[in-house]
Write a protein that binds this ligand. Sequence first.
Ligand SMILES: Cc1cc2nc3c(=O)[nH]c(=O)nc-3n(C[C@H](O)[C@H](O)[C@H](O)COP(=O)(O)O)c2cc1C
Length: 130
Amino acid sequence: MDLLRLIYVSRARSTALHGRAIADFAQSFNSKHDLTGVLIATSRLYIQAIEGDPAVVRALYQRISADTRHQHPKILAEAECDLRLWPKWSMQLISASTWQEHAGPLAMADYEAVVAAGVDVCDRIYALHN
Ligand SMILES: Cc1cc2nc3c(=O)[nH]c(=O)nc-3n(C[C@H](O)[C@H](O)[C@H](O)COP(=O)(O)O)c2cc1C
């Protein structure tokens, strides 16, 4: 099966935490459209991985990019793949504290540092498992 896995980082527009509301909406939409992935939400930024049919992932990314709850989405990785990394997660919300346990000092990185550390950040995300 041809799948696309896309990972991006964006700046949160305010420090208000929208992660739960976004994940609730996303889980409903994504499960109907065979999309899976993870969403890391901190007070400063979002990092999200989405996997699914390439056209469906790209269309969703266009919509997400226009969402006013964040800005400056920047793609860190976009790769075709055969297998899903998160087959059971329609969009798993990863809290700031879980991300910190998982990613160590990288979890404290700001937007610029995440962009600069793109590959390392993606490796931490790939290691998040169902
Ligand atoms: C960081 C972030 C991640 C999002 N992830 C998803 C997602 O995985 N699936 C989804 O359907 N909507 C997601 N959304 C919500 C979309 O941006 C958008 O609000 C939703 O698709 C409804 O779009 P519409 O109002 O144009 O119909 C996300 C929003 C943000 C800010």
